[in-house]
Design a protein around this ligand. Structure first.
Ligand code: BGC
Length: 740
């Protein structure tokens, strides 16, 4: 529809109809009967309010959504189509590895393909927009939602956020236009603006306290990347930032998002977040909250009655300008128009396409290979890969037969479609021994989350004895342990990020009877795995791998795939060490392992370094990286000026493999303290045995900018250290000077 017609449509709408466009409610209100007719519902919306709601969330299915759309439009005074939004976070019906696992591939192009595949399935089942990517930087593994991010590093996150937006929506053309109406495309909503990933003490929804410089340099860039990639929508976060909740934060939404980042799309609140301003204690009524949010710049109210019940009277009473309401409504109409919904309100919804795409061979293959690529091998004392012949392996642990191995928000994921480790082994006809060994947990509070019962607990002694017997009779043991999927995700913060004690007891008992133990760790977050790392000969982190998770685990365990993942988030020494990131600052009292002086920046009881650092991950082969050579030790300012950091990488082992070569830079002296190192580049290098390759990173002035003492984003002349290697701890170092 032409813009003038859209503006005319807006002019023809009543205030009630306009407010309706800004209301988003759960699709469940419209399901079954196809349209809600009941007088009142749980969240308190009246049928009249629901009839005018502009968008729905959380429903999927071509037939269902087409029916809803048809009935809705028939009764709508202007026949304006609904927008269907949903959380398509890590795949759709075919579930891919969680975003944190995707981060560990250091392969954003892969995430773009995964997002494309997810978009194709989602579009076929009627969805127009996904609440993804989550661009929140995370450094505190207690927070349950670290699984939805691609990790602790701003540079890495930026690459993934862009890849995902482009995967869902397609790439913007030179004029910055994206065609959202294209087949198989869905709009992207970047979230949670801003800094939701830094709640105090890792407790979900808690306040965020950051310095302005940290916000600017570390937390905002990934959202900005999404905006630059033309993400259609931005979602506000639940938290306060500098003591102001995001949904009422004018500075954040107006000055930063709209003015500085140039965002022109729709801003949507997170679920219930506008009304939560009452609980935050910055609004006394829904009416006040509605006024605050609209004036701050929130266009759509997700799941509260604040907007639909108050905007009309706020305008009538002259408390807000109608033009403010109009601007928000126009943005929503423009998004519907960009998706082509005025021409075709069903867009790509198509039952036969849905059948064709859901779990199709191509998507399953992608699920399988991407999962394998995301696994991180943390330790391997000659135990892996296993041998197909001549080795009797016992597969033990609560994760062996578990099919619930997809991450939070896998709204269409089904256990019956998912391949567990046991399924994959059976499919391949591998003759192995199985034993459950233990429950996920025997801790009362966690049991309530994973659904285990006291009756289950009564069986646990017997389970353990059977497992010990099985382990004793095997040549090698694979222990599949870790978090139940419900232990991470939204509202799943944990104060003790350990593997539950009954699983550790299983590990101890098994190790007593068999020294050849490899642990396969399922988890949505980095955990304290000191004991596992001490006792097991091999540790493979497989995250929440999705529909083909079990197949991918078997591929890697038996060497069909060679692991190449690198940690996108450090595994801490223990919970007391979090938040932790390699991206830390120099202190006035630097400490190196082994130093005796007490008055240094250190702990008395644990090391400063994490158990496994960011960027770390082993392979079944070995690599050698030569000393880093700089093309010049002076970088002069000037357009297109660059120097090059080069290394030679060699596969020194006997099988093909890929190494992720990483570039870090440290600004040695500046007007404010700078991080000890920052990731500035990475390249995945596939190499055949014996093969070597030169790898080169260009370094230019723009990579050296930060927010200085004057709050300007610029680089400062001086010396810089360059590190190139296979993890954030590499000591392979050179220096150069930036000068005018
Ligand atoms: C979450 C968002 C999500 C939304 C809609 C909220 O609880 O914080 O990430 O997109 O629900 O499902």
């Amino acid at each position: 529809m032409e813009q003038e017609k859209l503006i005319q449509l807006l002019a023809d709408m009543t205030l009630e109809e306009k407010a309706g466009q800004l209301l988003q409610v759960a699709g469940s209100y419209f399901e079954d009967e196809g349209f809600v007719t009941g007088p009142e519902n749980k969240a308190g919306f009246t049928a009249e309010e629901l009839k005018l709601a502009g968008s729905l969330l959380g429903s999927a299915g071509a037939k269902k959504l087409m029916d809803i759309q048809k009935k809705y439009m028939e009764q709508h005074p202007h026949h304006i189509p609904l927008l269907f939004m949903a959380d398509i976070i890590n795949g759709c019906r075919t579930v891919f590895p969680i975003p944190l696992a995707q981060g560990c591939t250091f392969d954003p192009a892969l995430s773009e393909r995964l997002a494309q595949a997810a978009a194709a399935e989602a579009a076929a089942c009627g969805i127009h927009l996904t609440f993804s990517p989550m661009a929140d930087l995370v450094q505190d593994a207690r927070w349950g939602r670290v699984m939805e991010s691609t990790g602790e590093d701003v540079f890495l996150n930026r690459q993934f956020v862009r890849a995902m937006v482009e995967g869902y929506q397609g790439k913007a053309d030179e004029e910055g236009r994206v065609d959202l109406s294209g087949k198989g495309k869905i709009a992207a909503c970047v979230k949670h603006f801003a800094a939701y990933g830094a709640p105090v003490a890792g407790r979900d929804y808690n306040a965020v306290e950051l310095s302005e410089r940290t916000l600017l340099d570390d937390y905002l860039p990934a959202y900005r990347e999404a905006v630059d990639a033309k993400a259609a929508v931005v979602m506000t976060s639940f938290n306060t930032l500098d003591r102001v909740p995001s949904s009422g934060n004018r500075k954040l939404l107006q000055e930063i998002l709209r003015a500085k980042m140039g965002f022109e799309g729709v801003v949507i609140s997170d679920w219930g977040a506008i009304r939560e301003m009452l609980s935050h204690g910055i609004a006394q009524s829904e009416r006040e909250a509605a006024k605050l949010a609209l004036e701050a710049g929130v266009d759509i109210d997700m799941m509260t009655t604040c907007y639909c019940r108050n905007l009309v009277c706020l305008v009538r009473d002259g408390e807000i300008e109608e033009s403010l309401l109009d601007r928000a409504v126009l943005r929503v109409l423009e998004l519907k128009n960009a998706l082509g919904l005025f021409e075709d309100p069903f867009k790509d919804a198509d039952e036969s396409k849905e059948r064709e795409l859901f779990l199709c061979e191509e998507h399953r293959a992608l699920a399988r290979s991407s999962a394998a690529e995301s696994f991180v091998l943390l330790k391997n004392e000659g135990m892996l890969p296993l041998h197909r012949k001549g080795q009797r392996v016992a597969f033990i642990g609560p994760q062996v037969e578990n099919r619930s191995i997809f991450g939070a928000w896998s709204i269409l994921g089904r256990q019956e479609d998912t391949v567990s480790i046991a399924d994959a082994l059976k499919k391949e006809g591998l003759d192995v021994i199985f034993a459950r060994g233990s429950l996920f947990t025997e801790d009362e509070r966690l049991m309530a989350v994973s659904g285990e019962t006291r009756q289950d607990r009564a069986r646990s002694g017997k389970m353990l004895e059977e497992a010990v017997l099985a382990a004793g009779g095997a040549d090698a043991v694979v222990l599949a342990l870790g978090e139940h999927r419900m232990y991470s995700g939204e509202a799943a913060s944990r104060a003790q990020i350990t593997v539950p004690s009954c699983q550790l007891e299983l590990l101890r008992r098994v190790c007593e009877v068999n020294p050849n133990v490899a642990v396969v760790l399922f988890t949505g977050r980095p955990l304290d795995i000191r004991e596992i790392s001490d006792r097991a000969k091999a540790v493979l982190v497989v995250w929440q791998p999705g529909t083909e998770g079990g197949s991918a685990v078997v591929d890697v365990l038996y060497g069909r795939e060679n692991p190449s993942g690198k940690l996108a988030m450090s595994f801490p020494w223990c919970t007391g060490q979090v938040p932790i990131s390699y991206h830390e600052f120099s202190t006035g009292r630097p400490y190196e392992e082994g130093m005796q002086d007490r008055y240094l920046s250190r702990y008395l009881d644990i090391p400063n370094r994490p158990l496994y650092p960011f960027g770390f991950g082993l392979s079944y082969t070995s690599f050698e990286i030569s000393d880093v050579a700089l093309s010049s030790d002076v970088l002069r300012r000037g357009r297109n000026a660059a120097i090059y950091a080069g290394v030679r990488v060699k596969n020194t082992g006997k099988i093909p493999g890929s190494e992720v070569v990483q570039l870090y830079i440290q600004d040695l002296c500046a007007s404010v303290a700078r991080p000890k190192r920052e990731l500035k580049g990475f390249i995945r290098v596939p190499l055949m045995p014996g093969e070597e390759r030169n790898v080169e990173f260009a370094i230019d002035e723009s990579m050296l900018r930060f927010t200085g003492i004057d709050m300007k984003f610029a680089s400062e002349d001086g010396r810089f250290a360059v590190f190139v290697g296979s993890s954030s701890e590499t000591m392979n170092r050179a220096e150069f000077e930036l000068m005018s």
